[in-house]
Ligand binder design. Sequence first.
Ligand SMILES: [Zn+2]
Length: 697
Amino acid sequence: MAEVADVQVTWRVPVHELLDMLNRRILTLFKCIRGRRLKTYRNVSTSWSPVGAAFNARPRRKADLFGKNVGLFGVHELSSPVGFQVAQENALKETEQLVDQACRTSPGPQIVQIFDRLSDCLCRVADLADFVKVAHPDPSFREAAEITCMTIGTAVEKLNTNIELCNSLKNLLNDKEALDSLDPETRRVVNLNVQMLDLNNSFLLGTHLPNKIDQNAIPEHIHHYFSMEKDHIHINGLHADASDDLVREAAYKIFLYPNPEMLHCLDQLLACRNQLAHLVGYESFAHRALKGTMAKDPETVMHFLTKLSEKLSKRTEKDFCMMQEMKKKINPKCCELMPWDHPYYSGVLRAERFNIEPSLYSPFFSLGACMDGLNLLFTQLLGVSLYVEEPEKGEVWSDDVRKLAVVDEAAGLVGYIYCDFFHRSDKPHQDCHFTIRGGRLLENGEYQLPVVVLMLSLPHPTKSSPTLLTPGMMENLFHEMGHAMHSMLGRTRYQHVTGTRCPTDFAEVPSILMEYFASDYRVVKQFARHYQTGQPLPQNMVSRLCESKKVCAAADLQLQIFYSVLDQIYHGKYPLLKSTTEILKETQEKFYGLPYVPNTAWQLRFSHLVGYGAKYYSYLMSRAVASMVWKQCFMKDPLNRAVGERYRREMLAHGGGKVPMFMVEDMLQKKPSMDDFVDALVSDLDLNFETFFMDSE
Ligand SMILES: [Zn+2]
């Protein structure tokens, strides 16, 4: 299938969406830091490759007193916190020039290019600052970055109301009638956008607020599970893992007790989103949000979710039965399975059946071993290798950040990954991929190399051992490296569609695919060696780990379907036919199976409604695609270079610059049906009988 050129895709984007593009917080960085000579790290252990050795070594304090401070990410202004102001002023000056240029340029593809540069110019500062304000250990850097974020934010708001700029974009559209009505409309859109930002913030804040209750309302013997303030008990979560049924029940009923203000806030948020969507010509918010995605429209999403739910129902029922029996066994008095039981009893069942002890695995998963594994995999499959490069003075924000150069065997350097892997106080405890600078074709024909940061929160190495990863941490590392490679190998013309800047329901495909590699023994055996003895990880330990993930997995999937359907209905046809709580109750009964509990409103804790409005299904759909790609392309031989190259060419290279479904079809070399999507997810739950028999021997 022919590729749809970036420029055409962008051209079809209406004015408001182009303005959105500016508004979007996309991480990019400004100074080109390519072309430095590669240096390899001093090899501290003979048993690992240079990459593995570097990650298993303890970070060294650098005592370079006289070297020149090159600034964060090699951006010389950022050698000190005041540099943010300089960088920000430069960006605003450049923005002014670009806006001027945009207003003077006659309609044509050049306008699109100017807009991409405009977006690049603002984002590379604002989003670098966005990263620094959460990750830098020095408070003065964080504060300076915070101010820059706000200043650029205000500038973007102003741009959004710049009529002249709108006009220049508007001229791109041929529809005369639409043009005439655009100005007041654009203003209204901006106003609604601002209103929506406020509502988003209030809702998001509210989803995390604790609920309090008079201490006498709760049996005294469970008081110590919760925090107390005077004579009130504060409940700030579901306590889903508590072993006492009563604790979970109390937490569930109190934490989810409906707050009238929040109910109102959600109603307003949904109304505002709908209004905005209508104003720019869509039937509903979901229709607007799903434009350009793999699913394309809400009908397809609902079709996918309904079909998946049907195919899953028997397995889900079985899972709930097992949980129910377990509950009865442990607590014969109360036996009906309730929503607060699901996470706890599935955990009990998993432990009973497989008893996976993470500490037995982690000596085989030293960080260096895992990085070795990733390097081997990428080299064999994609022809790109990782090289540890010594950062220059001032280039990184913490001594333990490692810099990786990603080098293609034919094309040479393709980008940089900064690995901020270790735990620090003040650092957000969340695995994350940040695009610091997006790849794009420069005016002089060269390619601006992508720069990303991978942030994890791993334990530090100790005197006696390197950092050892649990199986979960290892899988996360592979997942995040999947995002990083998506960014590294993207070769789009524009930065606003590069790498992970693609439709939400496609964005997780490369990262989830890496999880399949991480659980295949042919891949794992290449790197999982005991850090002391060099012994390989036994095959049956890997198989048991894989099988353990399937325990109650149907019920877990069912819960995700329920959330996704709820999100679709809330953002679908407006006005809603019933209250959000009544819709929750109905959807829960139809798509989940465990009873709704009166006087609860789980939707008020559904924080993803803000960031993933109408797109919560994305993760399920990405997983379905990753599963199809794994089974049809890689499962036979996960290290096959020809298939790896096809994957790179058909999927990774395009970012958001190609219709996502075409990428899937070109990779699979066929057009998958809805049944294929659904079957891919369901068949992942099938037990592997070989492991089963191996286990019972
Ligand atoms: Zn991800």
